[in-house]
Design a protein around this ligand. Structure first.
Ligand code: DGT
Ligand code: CA
Ligand code: CA
Length: 574
């Protein structure tokens, strides 16, 4: 299992917290905090840097000692310092740090002076009025703690869609093979392809419910069973993900699927339509009075309120019901519509595979074309290309294109947009390429005005083709940079260039609402994998989900075009 940057950053962050609770040297604490930030913000996976033999001490804030710890973490998934610190302190103490308003300093005081070691003990201490006695706390902070603990209990962690998919796919396969099971569908936010999911909601039809429930709570990944009844059960998996299972009758399948797919706002709006027609919709079916008139399929539920079937990705009550009433639902983009991928890396920079391997994998995936878009020289941690190395790669692409059949490689670059909006390679180099993706990889903290000007200036460059991962966010790790995205979308229209929807599971960037805006403005979006290995084309599944949430259709998408048409569109931008 690869150890991701977020895992390394979380370990360093926890070390810093524990050191602080122990009252360690502030410089030592700060070194771990800086390292956590440095690794957390790195757009390249540190395990990949290690595989390539990169010297990690070149990264900001990383010295020999920290580099050794990173190697240990990546190699073993563990850190002996963290394990030692955890043994020296009560096991639940890090839970306390998750309570808003409680930093390591306060946790230290609560632990040393009141022997508070768990959230439960914290709650009792606050309720009993013992916290206000502590120096530096007082009545008001005691009340704040009480409220924060209550809020903390009601909110749980969310999982990235691609992470949830690993557990969902395995569980679906397990359930589908159980005796008597006829249908298994993962509903909820997962089916709506939201970028993160709070829990999995699984719907099963089966000859008998009880045996399915028993096998479900006995599934090897179950850590805890929260509830197990005759037709439903809830468990928590070892990874912390909650799974709700419901076994329903065949005749209620459609109504149940509709109910548990949500969103809640969409369901409420549909039920209101039903009421107007004198009908009632619940998870068991569609009813007129006491008579059940429909509910075996989702189509029948929508038909009962006079609507065509609405795809799950649209069910957010953001205008989809009015469109359905008007008969104007979009024909949403599908994975099979894509004819190529316009953003991949190879071994030449931070990818795993050679040019040839990537080309053959793209062909096997069913693609007609593949754009090779390495990083440019500024991104030195990714071993970005300078003009000479890029020229060599272009020659290699010419050779492969002459040799390979059924796949065409396009010459591209993911060039860094520098702070002043200039591009990280000379014009005459960019002019020789088929496409130029511009990307922001630095100076995320610029003001809104300056960040917007920077990107607009880059887009005005005569060779600029497409803005890569337009918001720069990493899901649950890094907020989008502050930028006037509507203005960028309008400029893309005026300039005739394109926006990327980057399907990397940590990015899913362009955000869905901006996909809608791009569509309205007539700006074509390219759903790209940003593949760093031959396996990564699989991530396009999540990019397609995001595109569908953003109402995109085949004709709104650049890389659904046949090669000839694509070339014409690309050359118009240059
Ligand atoms: P999540 O898990 O937070 O990512 O989001 P969902 O949408 O999966 O929400 P969840 O798991 O709480 O519930 C699954 C579905 O069940 C939800 O999308 C709609 C339906 N549902 C849950 N509670 C209610 C409710 O109070 N009213 C209605 N109409 N539907 C509900
Ligand atoms: Ca859910
Ligand atoms: Ca649920």
């Amino acid at each position: 299992m690869p150890c991701h940057n977020a895992d390394v950053a979380a370990i360093f962050e926890e070390i810093a917290d524990l050191l602080e609770i122990q009252g360690a040297n502030p410089f030592r604490i700060r070194a771990y905090r800086n390292a956590a930030r440095s690794i957390g913000e790195l757009s390249e996976e540190v395990y990949l840097l290690l595989e390539k033999g990169e010297d990690l001490t070149r990264l900001p804030g990383i010295g020999d000692d920290l580099a050794a710890k990173i190697r240990e973490i990546v190699a073993s998934g563990r850190c002996s310092l963290l394990e030692r610190l955890r043994q020296e302190l009560p096991p639940a103490i890090t839970e306390l740090l998750k309570i808003p308003g409680l930093g390591p300093k306060r946790v230290k005081a609560l632990y040393h002076d009141l022997e508070v070691q768990t959230v439960e003990q914290l709650y009792r201490a606050a309720r009993d009025g013992r916290i206000r006695m502590l120096p530096g706390f007082g009545e008001k902070s005691e009340l704040n703690i009480l409220q924060a603990v209550e809020a903390h209990a009601s909110q749980t962690r969310r999982f990235k869609l691609a992470v949830a998919a690993q557990y969902a796919d395995a569980l679906r396969a397990f359930l589908a093979l159980l005796p008597g099971v006829t249908r298994v569908t993962v509903a909820g936010s997962f089916r709506r392809m939201r970028e993160t999911v709070g829990d999995l909601d699984i719907l099963v039809t089966a000859a008998a419910a009880r045996p399915v429930i028993q096998r479900f709570i006995g599934y090897e990944e179950v850590a805890e069973t929260l509830a197990a009844g005759t037709t439903r059960a809830s468990v928590i998996l070892h990874c912390g993900l909650q799974v709700d299972l419901r076994v329903v009758a065949e005749e209620s399948y459609g109504a149940a699927l509709h109910y548990f797919t949500g969103s809640k706002a969409h369901n409420i709006a549909i039920r209101r339509l039903a009421q107007k027609r004198g009908l009632k919709i619940n998870e068991y079916g569609v009813y007129r009075g006491k008579t059940r008139i429909d509910g075996e399929s989702e189509e029948s539920v929508y038909a009962a309120v006079g609507l065509p079937y609405i795809p799950p990705e649209l069910r957010e009550n953001r205008g989809e019901i009015a469109l359905a009433q008007a008969g104007r639902l979009p024909q949403l983009l599908q994975l099979g519509d894509l004819r190529g991928d316009l953003h991949v890396h190879t071994k030449a920079t931070d990818g795993h595979n050679t040019l040839r391997e990537m080309a053959l994998a793209a062909k096997a995936y069913g693609f007609e074309y593949l754009a090779i878009t390495e990083h440019s020289r500024r991104l030195s941690v990714a071993h970005g290309l300078d003009p000479l190395r890029l020229a060599r790669q272009c020659e290699e692409i010419d050779r492969l294109n002459a040799e390979l059949e059924g796949i065409t490689l396009l010459k591209g670059i993911e060039v860094d947009i520098l702070e002043d909006g200039s591009l990280d390679l000379p014009d005459e180099v960019l002019a020789r390429l088929d496409l130029v993706l511009g990307a922001v990889h630095s100076k995320f903290e610029l003001s809104r005005t300056r960040q917007t000007e920077r990107i607009l200036r880059a887009m005005a460059h005569p060779h600029f083709t497409m803005l890569a991962h337009p918001s720069g966010r990493l899901i649950q790790q890094r907020a989008p940079y502050d930028v006037d995205m509507p203005r960028i979308i309008r400029e893309a229209r005026n300039r005739g260039c394109f926006l990327e929807l980057n399907a990397h599971p940590e990015r899913l960037d362009l955000l869905d609402s901006y996909c809608q805006m791009a569509k309205e403005e007539g700006v074509l979006v390219s759903v790209n994998s940003d593949a760093h290995s031959t396996f990564d084309f699989a991530n396009l599944r999540f990019g397609i989900g995001q595109a569908r949430r953003g109402w995109l259709e085949k004709h709104n998408t650049l890389n659904t075009r046949p090669l000839g048409e694509l070339r014409a569109l690309l050359s118009r931008t240059m």
